[in-house]
Design a protein around this ligand. Sequence first.
Ligand SMILES: Nc1nc2c(c(=O)[nH]1)N[C@H]1C(S)=C(S)[C@@H](COP(=O)(O)OP(=O)(O)OC[C@H]3O[C@@H](n4cnc5c(N)ncnc54)[C@H](O)[C@@H]3O)O[C@H]1N2
Ligand code: MOO
Length: 390
Amino acid sequence: MISVAEALEQLFALVEEVDSEIVPLRNAAGRVLAKDAVAARTQPPFAASAMDGYALRATEVEPDAMFKVIGEAAAGHAFDGRIGPGQCTRIFTGAPVPEGADQVVLQEDVTRRGDLITLGHKVEAKSNIRPAGGDFKTGDALKAPRVLSPSDIALLASMNIAEVPVARAPTVAIVATGDELVAPGEDPGPDQIIASNSYGLAALLEKHGATCRLLPIARDTEESLTAVLELAASADLIITIGGASVGDHDLVAPVAEKMGMERAFYKVAMRPGKPLMAGRLGAAAMVGLPGNPVSAMVCGTIFVVPLLRAMLGLGRAAAPRRRMQLAQALSPNGPREHYMRACITAEGLIAFDRQDSSLLSILSSADALLVRPPHAPAQPIGALVEYIDL
Ligand SMILES: Nc1nc2c(c(=O)[nH]1)N[C@H]1C(S)=C(S)[C@@H](COP(=O)(O)OP(=O)(O)OC[C@H]3O[C@@H](n4cnc5c(N)ncnc54)[C@H](O)[C@@H]3O)O[C@H]1N2
Ligand code: MOO
């Protein structure tokens, strides 16, 4: 059995970065920026007022000073003139500051009578002006690669980038296997259950930038599995679920190998997820996940999401880990790296008592996978442990 870190390295070796495509800005959120986005303009393009008030010369600001209002500057409507001594313009937030002015006095700090304003007894030195280029300048770049956040989308819009180069979404074909499975919404027989893993995995992988196809459930025969795997041929990544262990009906590896799969590894020293398998099938990378629902989702988090990020050009790195103290003691760990379902509380991490890899209700309540290295000793309350956010 290989370690989780070795398995991840071997998985990374199975994939390449996808190419890029151009999408409209409206569809770019959550996608991975593939090339630096370079601002074609400066923002703000002119010195702009940050407040509603009066634009005037800062050197003339003193208690009870008077100014003549000679015009108005509003957002989208510049004042076409120059401010001279003793003069000011009415100005509104976002308006270009007229030539000659270098301060905006808030309207709350002014008394106006007709075309004359008088400052109060107390005056502020603050300019209330946003300098040209204060946010970004022509040529400034939003660096690739990065997952475009809502804030990034606003920034790209402000840069006047209407079409965005992004990494093509890797296509993932998901194959659930097993005679016991029916799709959600169908009527299961007395010895059947509902297929859940493919739905959970598709949700997880689509959250991280994949386009998933759920193929028909493969039955536990060579013919059925072969037929469904053939449907997966055009995908960048093929994920099978179940049939990975040592039982008589665990057919994924033998069938895929018959179809030409080159196996990279089988079995990883982790819990849950031991019977993980990976290789290449035709042009696609293939990952065979264990069937137990929590095992499949944990392997999705620990292996498939990092693999997807590598394909998207986001680098080849394991799922990020953080540290937190334990709010409940832990007994010694066995020989496999254990990914314990846990909750984050104000006092620290608490691992669930029930860690069976079939329990989706526990996984759904968990916020974190508490990572226990192989053979970790017992840990008291307050000990620092590593975890991965769910
Ligand atoms: N003798 C041994 N038996 C088992 C071992 C072992 O080392 N020796 N390993 C156990 C471990 S650990 C795991 S994990 C499972 C993995 O087995 P498979 O990958 O072959 O998975 P299945 O047998 O097909 O299914 C296991 C379990 O999960 C349910 N399942 C499968 N697919 C789905 C799905 N898409 N949605 C919901 N539930 C699914 C299936 O009905 C079974 O209950 O093997 C252990 N056995
Ligand atoms: O490795 Mo299994 O995934 O523990 O249930």
